[in-house]
Design a protein around this ligand. Sequence first.
Ligand code: NAD
Length: 484
Amino acid sequence: MKEFKHFINGEFCISENYFDKLCPTDSNVIGRVYEGLEQEVDHAVNAAEAALAGPWGKMSLDSRVALLNSIADEITRRFDDFVTAEMADTGQPRSTMEHAFIPRAAANFRIFADVVKNVPSESFMTDTPDGAGALNYAIRKPKGVIGVVCPWNAPLLLMTWKVAPALACGNTVVVKPSEETPATAALLGEVMQTVGLPAGVYNVVHGGGENSAGAFLTAHQKVDAITFTGETGTGTAIMKAAANGMRDVSFELGGKNAGLVFADCDFDKAVDSFVRSAFLNCGQVCLGTERIYVERPLFEKFVAALAIRAEQLKAGDPEDPTTTLGPLISQGHREKVLSYYKKAIAEGANLVTGGGVPEMPEALANGAWVQPTIWTGLPETASVVQEEIFGPCCHIAPFDTEAEAVALANASDYGLSTTIWTSDLSCAHRVAAQIEVGITWVNSWFLRDLRTPFGGSKQSGIGREGGVHSLEFYTETRNICIKL
Ligand code: NAD
């Protein structure tokens, strides 16, 4: 059986407590995860703090950039190991891992190696009464020890999206991966050993949230800043912990994202895209579209087309190349999703397709499978329309005017992303500018340029990461004023 160990001060180590990691496809135990508590977190944070004063802290920018590129190369060299590890943890099809999630990890290290090398800081010439003037310029300093708390839905992608800029800026990190997906964070420890990252720069402590590694890490007073991706409720708890000691936070939180489909859109491309945005990763994508609004003349045709495509998705073994749908992450999450499936019917939804659990072959019968599900007919106040479900499901409703579409998209406490489908460029610009979200896609979805700001509005997040915006969070900008 596999053992998922902590990675602290350059070495793998175990702790007294542990728990089982179950495979989501069949609920079999695939490994033992060691649980870090106060002692392991303290050990890791102290190692991270000490590393700031060691060779890492004195390393030239060129050497740091070279190391980041070596990390990317080594992830690429061990691509299959990462794909296999993440497939076992999440149960998602090999194609999702190979094409979407694992390549992004290497890309994250490359982009931030470039950004940190090429983005200038600012300077101003300042007039003074004596006429001699002053020169003001800014320098960036690493913030210090960064606590990185991660979710399970795209574990390596989301973790490296934080670790790469943190290291690029010269910080050290203590990562707390999700208890559901320990594998790739540990594997990245092997990569760090191979490329010769100094001990203590990258640390991993496994465990849970409350009363476990997550809470101990975010409460630790030697952690200088916290970057977190996960549920909005967890973000609230972490923000309270961060208030103690006045530590900075960057939060990427939940979403209840709208898709707007105008009648003049390229219909086939729109349907293709919504199959992905509603069902990719079994609907466990923060940017996914659980609310779709379609201009009335296209409504019936769109619902019918998306239902056919949902029914064509094939749940199965992630290694089977014909599999297009994986399971949910755990039985616990399946209970939550199925409770929403029930609630939708109780609230009066018209069930277009799905709504239950698919029949699976015996070997997979105990997995966390659910059917892709589409509803129509619910009022906007329904919990299924308002609350994040994080499963392969969506509610589709008609709209009549552009103003109504904007109002519907904005009628949410969340504000992460929107996707708009139209061939009217003016409409696209007009609508996009009015949507209260961090990112709006027009005629696309999940198309990411890593130099752009990424984050959520309203309850979907605090701060922006990506390109220069990551430098804003992972460094402290200091002003130096020279009187001439
Ligand atoms: P979660 O909030 O349950 O857990 C995330 C992490 O926080 C885990 O590592 C967990 O152990 C830890 N944690 C839990 N309680 C904690 C506490 N009190 N103190 C410190 N750490 C704690 O989220 P999840 O279920 O793993 O992930 C799904 C959620 O993540 C969804 O809401 C999804 O929308 C969101 N998400 C957002 C983005 C984004 O970019 N905005 C990306 C991916 C996922």
